[in-house]
Design a protein around this ligand. Structure first.
Ligand SMILES: Nc1ncnc2c1ncn2[C@@H]1O[C@H](COP(=O)(O)OP(=O)(O)OP(=O)(O)O)[C@@H](O)[C@H]1O
Ligand SMILES: O=P(O)(O)OC[C@H]1O[C@H](OP(=O)(O)OP(=O)(O)O)[C@H](O)[C@@H]1O
Ligand SMILES: [Mg+2]
Length: 283
C-alpha cells in the first residue's frame, strides 16, 4: 500500500508551526536541505513540503491525504476538503481596510472603488453580499502599500496585531472572518484508521498546549465552591488529606485563565496552589 501523505508548508510562518506540532505528536522526520519529501520515522507516512496556499487544492485533488494550512486559504481556494481540526495557532482576521481619514460610512458606499487583495474569491463574495461590486486588484503580497501607491482605494488583507495597518495609516472598516491554522483531509478518506490516529495524536498536543494542570489544597467545606472555579475538562480529581478537614484537588484549567483562577482559589482559602504545564494528553 502507498504511504499516507501529509502536506505541510515548505516555508513561511506556518512551516515551523507544522513541523513542531507533528513532532510533538510523535511524527518525527528530518527534511534534508530543500528536499520536497521526508519519511516519518516508524510510520507509513510521507511528509510533502508545499506552498501554504497550494495545500487546499492539492488536498482536494488527492495529491496529499491531509494538509496543514490556514483556514483563510481553504476558504479562498473554494475547494471540497474536510477540516478535521483547528490547531490553535496562526490566529488572524481577514478585514476590509481603508485609509484612517476615509469618508465612507458603509460597505455599500464602496460600489465603484478599487480593492487590492490576495483573497479575490473571499473579497468578491463578501462585497457582493454587502451590495458592492468593486474593481479587484489581485496581488500576492505587500497589499497594504497599494493605497499609497495610488492603485487601490481599499484593501482586504490579514490582520493580527494591527501594526502593519497602523504603519500604513489604515484602519479596519469591516471584519470578514476569523481564521487559524487547520488540519484538512481529502474527502475520499484513504486509510481512515491511520488518519484518525493522526488526528487523535494532534488533539492530544493541541489540548495540552491550551491547558495547565492546577493542584491545590482546600478545606472540605469550601470544596463545592472551589469546584465551580475549577470544573476541570471533565471533572476535577479529589483526594483526601491526612487532616480530614482538608482535601487535595487536581483540575485542568485553560492556560490563559490560570492566573485569574489561582487568585480566586487563594481568596477562597486554598493553599499550595501549583500550576504544571502539560506536554501531551489523552482525555
Ligand atoms: N500576521 C499573521 N498572524 C497570524 N497568522 C498569519 C499572519 N499572516 C498570515 N498568517 C497565517 O499564515 C498563513 C500563511 O501566511 P503567508 O502566506 O503570508 O505566509 P508567510 O508565512 O507570511 O510567508 P510569506 O513570506 O511567503 O508571506 C496565512 O494564510 C494565515 O493563515
Ligand atoms: O496585523 P499584523 O500583526 O501587522 O499582521 C498582519 C500582516 O501579517 C501578514 O504579512 P506577512 O508578515 O506575512 O508579510 P507578507 O506581506 O510578506 O506576507 C499579513 O499579510 C499582514 O500584512
Ligand atoms: Mg505573509
Amino acid at each position: 500500500m502507498e504511504n499516507f501523505r501529509i502536506g505541510i508548508p515548505s516555508k513561511g510562518r506556518l512551516a515551523e508551526v507544522a513541523t513542531e506540532l507533528l513532532g510533538d505528536a510523535g511524527l518525527k522526520f528530518r527534511r534534508q536541505d530543500r528536499s520536497l519529501f521526508a519519511r516519518v520515522r516508524d510510520m507509513p507516512i510521507d511528509i510533502t513540503f508545499l506552498r501554504t496556499d497550494d495545500i487546499p487544492v492539492l488536498c482536494a485533488e488527492g495529491a496529499i491525504d491531509m494538509g496543514i494550512t490556514g483556514s483563510d486559504l481553504v476558504q479562498e481556494a473554494n475547494v471540497d476538503v474536510e477540516t478535521r481540526m483547528e490547531l490553535g495557532v496562526g490566529k488572524c482576521r481577514l478585514a476590509l481596510c481603508v485609509p484612517e481619514d476615509t469618508d465612507w460610512q458603509s460597505v455599500e458606499d464602496m460600489k465603484t472603488c478599487r480593492v487590492a487583495t490576495s483573497f479575490p474569491h473571499v473579497t468578491q463574495t463578501y462585497m457582493k453580499a454587502n451590495g458592492a461590486n468593486p474593481h479587484l486588484v489581485n496581488l500576492s503580497g505587500s497589499v497594504e502599500v497599494m493605497i499609497s501607491l495610488g492603485i487601490a482605494d481599499a484593501i482586504v488583507d490579514l490582520v493580527e496585531t494591527g501594526s502593519t495597518l497602523a504603519a500604513n495609516r489604515l484602519k479596519i472598516f469591516a471584519e470578514i472572518g476569523n481564521y487559524q491554522t487547520v488540519l484538512i483531509q481529502n474527502t475520499q478518506k484513504r486509510q481512515p484508521e491511520l488518519a484518525d490516529r493522526i488526528v487523535r495524536r494532534l488533539e492530544g498536543v493541541v489540548i495540552a498546549r491550551d491547558y495547565s494542570l492546577l493542584e491545590y489544597n482546600i478545606p472540605r467545606e469550601k470544596l463545592a465552591e472551589a469546584e465551580k472555579i475549577t470544573p476541570g475538562f471533565n471533572s476535577p480529581t479529589i483526594n483526601p488529606l491526612e487532616d480530614n478537614a482538608w482535601c487535595a484537588v487536581r483540575a485542568m484549567v485553560k492556560r490563559k485563565e490560570v492566573i485569574d483562577v489561582m487568585e480566586q482559589l487563594e481568596q477562597l482559602g486554598a493553599s499550595a496552589i501549583l500550576q504544571t504545564n502539560i506536554a501531551n494528553c489523552r482525555l
